[in-house]
Design a protein around this ligand. Structure first.
Ligand code: PEP
Ligand code: MN
Length: 344
């Protein structure tokens, strides 16, 4: 947060034309664009006016079209204190919450490749005790000359896996144009490491009319502060959509460092640091930083010892034949062993 005294005004979708300018006037601001306010979509106006004499919640009370006013005192962004009530857990699907006393495991292939590969993996991870299934159908890839995901047909496969196992499904949205089909098919929307800085996407997915919770991964070149600022965009989206629950979990997946020992550098200390600074649940992906299946269990245990609220693990029936990220996927035996160790 750079601005003290932030005022968030949530407008009714059918607010009168002059509602925003009335709000700005009451806050002592000009309705012309300035560095003191910002509009997010049609239902959210955020302002950080100079110190105010009166409580803006009182002075704005009763303004036609204004649904709710939130006043953030200095250093208390939405990620640090959800103003609509204490929320330390996120409901991923009916009856499944992340952030409670028991960490949950989301597991599955990096990418949905075929129906057989996905259904087989889903059945195995369910039987081994995972609470949710992951599987990418829109894949961010470093080079254009490799598998980019099945796209929408992959969503139908994920839905069949959900029907067969009862596991809620997590899948990534790479671009706003995928938001509707992905939100219609899955339970949780993933925002990948490469999109953590895409503030428009963050806000729009937070505000998505489906209300699907968001799993936000840390950018591999991002600081914890930047991750938390990114989280703030998603949370503003939730407010813009009139949602009372934050519906957001964070995921640490390792960062680039000078070390070449592992694929990325995973710092488990990030988990308690985020827990100190935020009410949001934090899970850890031990697969992408590991770069090899042998290192995944140790990183998973380190994450759980650091207090992670869950794990996101890549599993494949035949890692050596995977179309994407086979280098660190666990095979079925390795995943069963990981689950046994995690519960032991
Ligand atoms: C993934 O989870 O498959 C993925 C692409 O991860 P990340 O965004 O962390 O690289
Ligand atoms: Mn992957």
């Amino acid at each position: 947060m750079t601005a003290a005294n932030v005022v968030i005004a949530c407008l009714e979708p059918a607010a009168p034309e002059d509602c925003a300018s009335q709000i700005l006037k009451t806050l002592g601001l000009d309705a012309q664009p300035s560095a003191h306010w910002r509009r997010f979509g049609s239902t959210l106006l955020v302002a950080w006016p100079p110190p105010l004499r009166d409580d803006p919640r009182q002075s704005l009370r009763g303004l036609p079209g204004l649904r709710r006013v939130i006043h953030l005192p200095d250093g208390q962004p939405l990620y640090a204190r959800w103003p609509l009530g204490a929320c330390s857990t996120v409901e991923l699907a009916p009856g499944l919450r992340c952030g409670g006393s028991t960490p949950l495991v989301i597991a599955g292939p990096c990418s949905v490749e075929t129906e057989a590969q996905t259904l087989e993996t889903a059945a195995l991870v369910a039987e081994a005790g995972a609470q949710a299934l992951r599987g990418g159908v829109f894949k961010p890839r470093t080079t254009p000359y490799c598998f980019g995901g099945l796209g929408e047909p992959g969503l139908a496969i994920l839905q069949r896996a959900r029907e067969q196992t009862g596991l809620p499904v997590v899948s990534e949205v790479l671009d706003l144009e995928h938001a509707d089909p992905v939100a219609a098919a899955v339970d949780v929307i993933q925002i990948g490491s490469r999109n953590m800085h895409n503030s428009t996407l963050l806000f729009r997915l937070g505000a998505h009319r489906s209300g699907r919770p968001v799993l936000l991964k840390r950018g591999f070149g991002a600081t914890v502060d930047e991750l938390l600022h990114a989280a703030e965009y998603v949370l503003l989206g939730r407010l813009a959509a009139g949602r009372d629950e934050p519906g957001l979990l964070l995921c640490e997946r390792g960062i680039r460092s000078f070390g070449q020992t592992t694929r990325y550098t995973l710092d488990p200390a990030v988990v308690p640091v985020i827990h100190q600074r935020s009410h949001l649940p934090v899970i850890v992906d031990p697969s992408h930083p590991a770069g090899s299946p042998q290192l995944v269990p140790a990183l998973a245990r380190a994450a759980l010892a650091a207090g992670a609220d869950g794990l996101l693990v890549e599993v494949h029936p035949e890692p050596e034949r995977a179309w994407c990220d086979g280098g660190h996927a666990l095979d079925f035996t390795e995943f069963r062993e990981l689950m046994a160790a995690a519960h032991g």
